[in-house]
Design a protein around this ligand. Structure first.
Ligand code: MN
Length: 228
């Protein structure tokens, strides 16, 4: 029997509220510009063009509630997002069946080295250096849909040191959750353990060490992150 030449990395996991079980994270898909007011604030036309996705790494997920200010950036932004966690998957999933694959939900901050992302955008290069860095996805524990249902409307907010910075409604998503799942499944093998970060409303902005960020989503809960 072959063995590993080096020790295998631990499986990336998320806790699950109300249980001691862990959710094994496989892939992390993130949609860009999925709330019209955020698309406008980033200088884009919010008309419904095809969605686009980028990825973070599974081990960028961090449920500790602490975000260390990263290297090589002086403009790190918060983006509060609803996370959709999948319990199953497939290819070419019809929109009408997409919700059968949803295990539950969480709140994440899609932390972004905006200065590095902007440089990459200007040069037409990939965004990973701005998006997929260490601990770049602070995330709350997952909450199973069997406990909270499937939130499709309700406030999504981010407070920074007690001040309201981001405010939107889940019903403002340009691409809805089942549409995102169906779309991704046309391009990838979607599978149990995949997470989808479903986009952020307007109001993104920079963080500083010492900040306390609180993301909240109606029907899901709230999640506090301290920047160190
Ligand atoms: Mn985002």
């Amino acid at each position: 029997m072959p063995t590993y030449a080096i020790p295998p990395h631990p499986q990336a996991v998320s806790p699950i509220t109300g249980t001691e079980d862990l959710f094994p994270v496989r892939r992390v898909y993130c949609i860009g510009r999925n709330y019209a007011d955020h698309a406008i604030e980033m200088g884009h036309d919010p008309d419904k063009e095809p969605p686009f996705f980028f990825q973070k790494n599974p081990d960028n997920i961090d449920t500790s509630g602490v975000f260390p200010y990263p290297e090589k950036s002086s403009d790190v932004h918060f983006e509060v997002e609803l996370v959709v966690a999948l319990q199953s998957g497939g290819r070419d999933i019809p929109v009408q069946q997409a919700m059968d694959h949803v295990y539950g939900y969480a709140i994440a901050l899609d932390m972004t080295r905006r200065d590095l992302q902007s440089e990459m955008k200007k040069m037409g290069r990939p965004w990973e250096i701005g998006k997929a860095f260490e601990r770049s996805a602070p995330m709350s524990p997952l909450i199973p849909a069997e406990r909270i249902g499937h939130p499709t409307a309700g406030a999504i907010t981010l407070h920074q040191n007690g001040e309201l910075r981001q405010s939107g409604d889940l019903n403002q998503m340009i691409w809805k959750v089942p549409e995102m799942i169906a779309y991704l499944s046309q391009y990838y093998d979607i599978a149990a353990g995949d997470l989808i970060l479903s986009g952020t409303p307007a109001g993104v902005g920079p963080v500083a060490k010492g900040d306390v960020l609180v993301g909240a989503i109606d029907g899901v809960g709230q999640f506090e992150v301290t920047v160190i």
